[in-house]
Design a protein around this ligand. Structure first.
Ligand code: SF4
Length: 96
């Protein structure tokens, strides 16, 4: 794992773990859908997982991580890998 990705993942993971101590993080300690759905390939399960992200207290931070690292497997911030790759391209176009 590249150093920058490792660093960013440690930061996001720490935020998720700390927040999960007092709030619900759908992919970590939520009841439905099952946490495995965030990394499944099934489009229906991905959609359910992405929908659950909308209630996440760290949605913005997770989305920023996912767009910065679009090749990371699974749902980040409510977006699939394909959606994050598209968002990353759009962001790059808008950033001089
Ligand atoms: S935004 Fe979604 S993928 Fe990210 S931590 Fe929250 S529930 Fe998990």
């Amino acid at each position: 794992m590249p150093e920058e990705l490792h660093h960013d993942w440690r930061n996001l993971s720490g935020l998720i773990e700390a927040t999960a101590q007092r709030q619900t993080i759908p992919c970590r300690n939520g009841r439905q859908p099952p946490p495995a759905w965030w990394t499944f390939d099934d489009i229906t399960e991905q959609a359910a997982a992405a929908g659950a992200c909308t209630a996440c207290p760290v949605l913005a931070q997770c989305l920023a991580h996912g767009v910065k690292h679009p090749k990371e497997v699974g749902i980040y911030g409510g977006l699939t890998e394909k959606q994050r790759a598209s968002a990353a391209r759009e962001f790059a176009k808008e950033t001089p």
